[in-house]
Design a protein around this ligand. Sequence first.
Ligand code: SAM
Length: 346
Amino acid sequence: MPVPCVRVPTEDGEATRRRLADADLVDGDHTITGEDGFLYIPVTDPAAVPGDLAVVDFDAPERRTQTNPADILGFEPSYERLGDVVIVDEDDPERAQRIADAIVQSDVRARTVVNRASKIKGTERVRDWDVLAGESTESSEARRGLEDEQGESSSTETVHREYGCEFELDIAEVYFSPRLATERHRVVEQVDAGEQAFDMFAGVGPYAVPMAAAGADVVATDINERAIHYLRRNAERNGVADRVTAIAGDVRDLAGDYENWADRVVMNLPHTAEEFLDTAVALAGDDCVLHLYDIQHEDDPYGPAEAAIREAAEPAYDVTVETHRSVRSYAPHELNVVVDARLTRR
Ligand code: SAM
């Protein structure tokens, strides 16, 4: 049945919805609907709507179920979620903004909506973000400076939950990918209580913290001081601070204190991890499993990593590849892979 709705061009939709919401005029019993470039916002009292807005009768569906962004946009947008931050990946800034507005108008839980503004870059593997909706519409980079001065929490900071652990992180300051959750869990499931595990490129701790929760004593290093800041908080948050030693710096400079120490070494720095194999072998105890991540062409995804491990570890160790698997597709014909290799001292 038609109900009174404010009809606005889609691009004005979010601003208008906010105006109407501020005046307590949005009819929550009917769904905001997009059609032919216009948004129809159901209103409770058409007479109270400001005169510059057009009110029409429109067959807005009753709100029996949740409103999805697709109901508003007329197409299914792609996005992923990290805690209460929603991430879109759009080249066209106008399309990105439309999607962000629809996410905010929908019932999707979102404190902030961001768009990828750069590739993952630099040693710390962090990317830039455009904040499209949420507490701030400034670029996250600009905002970060402000926050550091004021000590406030950032619009790009969130808490992500994964296999029973919680990870606090700021996507503008550290690397994090929720897509690796299954792979991380696969590694953590191999951990025995009491073992000594070294995470060379630890980030905010998505391997280190659950390995400690599984009973390992963990040393975790990262060159990004902010990652180590969050890793320490995450170890506290998950009740394993007593089993996690987190150290900021280049792992090559820190490994000296842990030579012959590790039963397990995690090397999650695809593209360059092989350059760190000498360090990994120095860390390895008499019997140690290496988890080496790599990105390779699909024609020979595991050969280069296995050859590099053998070159670094033999003849001091026997090398047995226990598993290799593709973690995910990285680019056309390129795979992100992992090789689990056991090093046994001869
Ligand atoms: N393992 C984490 C995860 O799964 O989220 C982070 C992986 S991220 C791909 C690689 C990490 O290695 C980044 O946090 C980066 O700062 C760190 N890194 C790069 N070079 C390093 C070095 N020489 N020593 C220690 N950490 C380094």
